[in-house]
Design a protein around this ligand. Structure first.
Ligand code: RIB
Length: 300
């Protein structure tokens, strides 16, 4: 039986340009390529968990528009249960404008759209599904109160709650304390902890910030280097396979989706990090966020 996973998060339509370099403020550069694809941190993580073997239910809100309909159809193709996704007639589907340069460096501007209207009521409607979930996963691309409510319900039900605190928004101490696992990248870890990450010791200090606030485990993703796992029992850097990256957009999402799946399968955290490192490393060798997300047979 594949483990049930509940993802509560954002769904965007990504509009992506590939250019030799990123523009400076006020500058126009000509891109070599443009494409539109499904995205959003919640959606990317849901797709990763599903392709890697999870029975995923996605709680999200899109607009009552073509982008929204395309998104739902796309997730269904990946076998994701979209019964708890709704189309809002008063807000458009969230969008993200993504520019990627020749080195894979990127910049993203996202509009929340319907994601801003994913409410506590929407999570309430998912409580039956939550009861049978092995893990609940969320991010910060939806209202904080919605994520907080999801975390409280998961905790009451004794289900591990995983938070990817991205994008770096307001994050309450109450929410951190409800996290079984919190997975920031270096930028987010630095933003929330106030520690500038220049050395391994800095990374450990940033990790300790989340533990002191009450999170059970913290995993700081470190790009090509891998990830740092920290809790009361262990502090370890776990390296990722060396690959040639062509598109790193959404690499953190693949990591979170894969890590969640591995935890739902009952793997210990260090093994789950290794599995997530392998999944994200393969994803960055391919173009496109959801297009590059690997399937289980490719990871093992
Ligand atoms: O993490 C990558 C995602 O961030 C993109 O798919 C985009 O939609 C933004 O939400």
């Amino acid at each position: 039986m594949n483990p049930n996973i509940l993802v509560i998060g954002s769904s965007n339509t990504d509009m992506v340009t590939l250019s030799d370099r990123l523009p400076k403020p006020g500058e126009t550069v000509i891109a070599k390529e443009f494409y539109i694809a499904q995205g959003g941190k919640g959606a990317n993580q849901a797709v990763a968990a599903a392709r890697l073997g999870g029975e995923v239910t996605f709680v999200a809100k899109v607009g009552n528009d073509d982008f929204g309909r395309q998104a739902i159809a796309g997730y269904q193709k990946d076998g994701i249960n979209t019964d708890l996704m709704t189309q809002d007639s008063d807000a458009p589907t969230g969008t993200a404008l993504i520019n990627i340069d020749a080195t894979g460096e990127n910049m993203i501007v996202a509009t929340m759209g319907a994601n801003a209207r994913l409410s506590i009521k929407d999570v309430e409607k998912s409580l039956d599904q939550m009861k049978s979930a092995k893990v609940v996963l969320s991010q910060l691309e939806i209202p904080l109160e919605t994520t907080l409510y999801a975390a409280k319900q998961a905790t009451e039900l004794g289900i591990p709650f995983i938070l990817n605190p991205a994008p770096p928004n307001t994050l309450s101490d109450e929410l951190i304390a409800l996290c079984t696992y919190i997975i920031p990248n270096e930028t987010e870890a630095s933003y929330f902890s106030g520690v500038t990450l220049k050395s391994d010791l800095d990374i450990q200090h940033a990790g300790q910030y989340f533990i002191q606030k009450g999170a059970e485990n913290v995993i700081i993703t470190l790009g090509a280097r891998g990830a740092f796992l920290h809790n009361d029992r262990t502090s370890q850097f776990i390296t990722a396979p060396t690959v040639k990256a062509v598109d790193t957009v959404g690499a953190g999402d693949v990591f979170c989706g894969a890590f969640t799946l591995a935890i739902a399968e009952g793997k210990p955290a260090s093994e789950a990090v290794r599995f997530a490192n392998r999944s994200a490393s393969l994803a960055v060798t391919r173009k496109g966020v959801q297009g590059g997300i690997p399937y289980r047979k490719e990871i093992g």
